[in-house]
Design a binder for this molecule. Sequence first.
Ligand SMILES: [Zn+2]
Length: 187
Amino acid sequence: MKLRYNCRLYPAPAQQGSNNRGKARDKVAHAHARVADARRDFHHQLSTALIRENQAVAVEDLAVTGLARTRLAKSVHDAGWSTFVAMLDYKARMYGREFHRISRWAPTSQVCSACGVKDGPKPLHVRAWQCQACDAWLDRDVNAAVNVAKAAGLAVTACGAQVRPGAMVPAPRSEAGTLPKPRRQAA
Ligand SMILES: [Zn+2]
């Protein structure tokens, strides 16, 4: 049996200066713009929800420019962390919430959030471990979130999965969702 290849899967690059090259470029630009729009929408929705539903939010001030030179560059740039943090910041002011930024040098994943013992850095693939000092099982993200909240001077009463999305203190029920929606920022 003869194999049939679909050459449309491997289009030749359009000639420089040709009309098709212009079209291809427009298509790519359009796709990039759509991804950027979707990401901005997501960041707006998430930051608004986080700020409205919590009295205080603390984030780790990641060294984005430093990370941008490492293997993590793509995820850092793609995630648009700086833009997202800026949204949290201005929305916190808008809604009268506390907003804290923790130093990028805080050893948030090196310290046990239960007993405070510092047991050093762990490779990124280590997502959970047991503290050798107090036997607590620690989830990397939850542990870091609790440490961020503590560094911000926030009282952390919840533990485990309840603090997973970040270090947050719930807003009083009556306050959440009573303010008008902030207007979309122009790009
Ligand atoms: Zn411990």
